[in-house]
Write a protein that binds this ligand. Structure first.
Ligand code: PNS
Length: 179
């Protein structure tokens, strides 16, 4: 008889602010789908970070972008990440690492999460070289100052950034959520 674990889904939680989601994040989700059966993209409510997009907006953007990927679940959470993970059937927290500068913060976070719940592991995936320099923070700054972020974030995000910063939207980018 087959043992129970053969039937268990491999689920990873990919938590973050995603304010907004970039191609760097999307690349991590797509690569994770080759390892895990399901990836739960968990948008942190983190009001103290004063996000540009509301939690619901961030969630809706990600859901739209992954609407053709049934193995990507999009959710949001408040409070401690480990408490949220405990309510799911995931055991792995997934994080992308861009540069060595990310390491210290990530190491602290992973260690803290592990001390809060010893059953959890954090798995790091290196960001693809094309997106090594891409962060939500710099994307917002460049977009706010009128610079181009095409190719670094999906067109939907480019358009929504322009709307947030009240910048003109070129005709070719006047697309809906369904594009
Ligand atoms: O995209 P970010 O901002 O680097 O993501 C950070 C996030 C949201 C994963 C982290 O801040 C988090 O887990 N927040 C929830 C609160 C929590 O559990 N804090 C303890 C971990 S040190």
């Amino acid at each position: 008889m087959m043992r129970k674990e053969y039937f268990m889904e491999k689920v990873a939680i990919y938590p973050g602010s995603f304010d907004p989601i970039t191609y760097g994040h999307i690349d991590i989700v797509e690569r994770a789908l080759e390892i895990f059966d399901k990836v739960i993209v968990a948008v942190a409510h983190n009001a103290e970070k004063r996000p540009l997009f509301t939690t619901e907006e961030r969630r809706k953007i990600i859901r739209t972008l992954f609407r053709e990927s049934p193995n990507v679940i999009v959710d949001s959470f408040k409070g401690l990440l480990v408490d949220y993970v405990a309510k799911t059937n995931a055991r792995v927290i997934l994080r992308g690492l861009r540069a060595t500068s990310d390491s210290e913060y990530e190491f602290h976070m992973a260690s803290m999460n592990r001390s809060l719940n010893t059953h959890l592991d954090t798995l790091f995936m290196m960001t693809s070289k094309d997106y090594f320099f891409v962060s939500s923070r710099t994307i917002k700054e460049v977009a706010r100052l009128g610079g181009g972020v095409e190719g670094l974030v999906p067109d939907l995000v480019t358009r929504l950034l322009k709307e947030k910063f009240k910048l003109p939207i070129p005709k070719k980018n006047q697309i809906g959520w369904d594009d």
